[in-house]
Design a binder for this molecule. Structure first.
Ligand SMILES: [Zn+2]
Length: 146
């Protein structure tokens, strides 16, 4: 008999694997309320970074670069959207973005912060917490050598 003992998400370590539910709720919130939506880019990139089974190897490294652009280089979403569009238009991005195998790209299952550390009381708190989560995930992801 196989006993299910996967209490935590195997990728980000969130208790009861509540990360996916939370992520879906946040996306709805961000699309409904623009004051939450301003951090949308960070939410998606950070979630993807912590759930590498959704991505191909190059896709994961791409998300990490993207997060670095947002957080360290302080590029605006508009600038990055243009950058992405230029790359796609010129055919520069030729790699596979999504995982075909569902196997995690990285071997890491615990992070200092997960999406469950983000509070939603109001937009200011939410945006601060998303930024803190993203920064912490980026710092840890930068240590990973692929
Ligand atoms: Zn997770």
């Amino acid at each position: 008999m196989v006993v299910e003992q996967e209490m935590n998400c195997q990728e980000c370590g969130a208790p009861d694997a509540l990360c996916k539910t939370r992520f879906d709720e946040f996306l709805v919130l961000e699309f409904t309320d623009p004051s939450y939506g301003i951090v949308h880019n960070l939410t998606v990139a950070t979630y993807m970074l912590q759930h590498s089974s959704k991505l191909a190897r190059e896709g994961w490294m791409y998300e990490r670069d993207l997060l670095r652009d947002f957080i360290i280089e302080k590029k605006s979403p508009a600038t990055i959207r243009k950058q992405i569009k230029d790359n796609v238009d010129s055919g520069k991005r030729t790699f596979k973005f999504k995982s075909k195998t569902d196997a995690p790209v990285i071997n890491k299952s615990t992070w200092s912060k997960t999406i469950l550390d983000v509070r939603v009381e109001n937009a200011a708190i939410y945006c601060d917490d998303i930024n803190a989560w993203a920064r912490s995930a980026l710092e840890e992801a930068e240590q990973i050598v692929l």
